[in-house]
Design a protein around this ligand. Structure first.
Ligand code: BG6
Length: 478
């Protein structure tokens, strides 16, 4: 077995982290536009009002809005078959509540998709990637309000119809399981009405958050069902931040704790989106946490009818879980216990290529639908070398080791994998910290944490390496 001949090699981005042009051509304000910068040690803040003299990284980001032709040409030079990007809801519906879409916003994505097509690149579109209109936060506390479902459906119907001949692959919500964690209040469920302060200290209401998550499940299922009925050429996927958890030891307490975390952070969401129903332990979980979900007649049916065609996920690290152990580490959305066998990135995310093979098998065994890795990569500081170039051998090493394990999962284990789009194929703003210094790209962008930089683009060593990887369909990883 080999990787598919039409394997979707590419890269991934999100509108709020790279488009900039936050208030241009009729665009409204999204939750991300209300988030300041931060760092590994100082959390970014969300603010009710846009404060003068405060840096909001999404406002300019790396200005893909004006650089898209140059950037897509660079992706094409690397040989991308696929480009994962998101549509900014507020470019299409500035407050989320208008009855007519904003034509200038729609036209922008027409230009982007046309440019992809010109270069033979297939877009993979995330419909909502941490970009809810801020007006909906004010109106209905983000996804806690059931009316958000209807606004989302209207948005989806408009973009489906507009781009039906240009986009085949769609993901409904980025990392929908962020809603199972308090941090998800800002990023995902947007349940931050009236709150200004660090994103790590949002007053958390599991009741509101899980209600919001239920609304996202229903919204996702409704639009998947709608798309299947009206656009049979579309393929729709979910998107999970796969938080792989190992037991810290073989003590049964640790094994059970790891199982609990796997359920609560991963399977709870993907069971709904892939199997079409809440897992059997959901009821006990709600009871234990004092959550009383309000469901309307038809909700459970639509979850059943709107299951996804493929499963996608982000994979950066693994963590350990157990009872009575201490040394903690951070990670993507959620931290855990330090694994003594692994090294970590400068931001404390534990690097575990074999964990990717393990995760692919765990997921495929459970669901048996095609998988796609839509985020993976190393956030690192890049320093210009004396010869003026960026020699990012550490990034190449990280990606090489992950691709090796990804291939083993396909070639030796038989997992059905559609593609691989590493995160931040071009340097962009970090979602967790708002930094530019945490770079993932094959392409360096001259933009810094203080907002300065001329936005010029340069190829790093990893650019040439990844080009060779794609050209050989993953055979040459040297
Ligand atoms: C995922 C998100 O959580 O990880 C991306 O989908 C994010 O939006 C990526 O950028 C990497 O995380 P960070 O915090 O390093 O930007």
């Amino acid at each position: 077995m080999k990787l598919r001949k039409d394997f979707l090699w590419g890269g991934a981005t999100a509108a709020n982290q790279f488009e900039g042009a936050w208030n241009v051509d009729g665009k409204g304000e999204s939750v991300s536009d209300h988030c300041t910068n931060g760092s590994h040690t100082v959390p970014k803040r969300v603010t009710v009002n846009i404060e003068p003299d405060t840096l909001y990284p999404s406002h300019e980001a790396i200005d893909f809005y004006c650089h898209y032709e140059e950037d897509i040409a660079l992706f094409a030079e690397m040989g991308f078959k696929c480009f994962r990007m998101s549509i900014n809801w507020t470019r299409i519906f500035p407050t989320g509540m208008e009855s007519e879409p904003n034509e200038a916003g729609l036209a922008f994505y027409d230009r982007v998709f046309d440019c992809c097509k010109k270069h033979g690149i297939e877009p993979l579109v995330t419909i909502s990637h941490y970009e809810m209109p801020y007006a909906l936060v004010e109106k209905c506390n983000g996804w806690e309000g059931r009316e958000a479902i209807g606004y989302f459906e209207t948005y989806c119907r408009v973009i489906f119809e507009r781009y039906k001949d240009k986009v085949k692959y769609w993901l409904t919500f980025n990392e929908i399981n962020a809603g199972t964690m308090p941090l998800g209040n800002v990023l995902s469920t947007s349940t931050v009405k009236g709150y200004s302060g660090p994103i790590t200290q949002v007053p958390d209401s599991p009741q509101a958050r899980y209600q919001a998550l239920h609304h996202q499940f229903v919204a996702s299922a409704r639009v998947v069902k709608y798309a299947h009925e009206h656009y049979p050429q579309f393929l729709l996927g979910n998107m999970i931040a796969f938080c792989a958890v190992y037991p810290f030891t073989c003590h049964p307490d640790d094994v059970l704790e790891a199982q609990r975390q796997m359920r609560d952070t991963n399977w709870y969401c993907s069971d709904v989106q892939v199997k079409g129903e809440y897992p059997y332990y959901a009821k006990a979980f709600w009871e234990k946490n004092g959550i009383e979900l309000k469901m309307e007649p038809g909700d459970l049916e639509v979850l059943k009818e709107g299951t996804v065609d493929f499963y996608t996920f982000s994979y950066y690290m693994t963590n350990c879980a157990g009872v009575g152990h201490e040394e903690a580490v951070s990670g993507n959305l959620t931290g855990g216990l330090k694994n003594p066998y692994l090294e970590a990135s400068a931001w404390g995310w534990q690097i575990d290529p074999q964990g990717l093979r393990w995760s692919l098998n765990e997921i495929y065994e459970r669901y048996h639908i095609p998988l796609m890795i839509v985020e993976n990569g190393l956030g690192a500081r890049d320093e210009r070398s004396e010869d003026g170039k960026f020699h990012d051998s550490y990034r190449i090493d990280y990606l090489r080791r992950h691709i090796q394990q990804m291939k083993l999962a396909v070639e030796e284990d038989g997992v059905d994998l559609m593609g691989y789009t590493p995160w931040g194929c071009i340097d962009l703003v970090s979602a967790s910290t708002g930094e530019m210094a945490k770079r993932y790209g094959f392409i360096y962008v001259n933009k810094f944490d203080d907002g300065t930089g001329d936005l010029s683009r340069e190829r790093k060593d990893s650019f040439y390496w990844y080009k060779k990887v794609i050209a050989t369909n993953g055979e040459d990883l040297d």
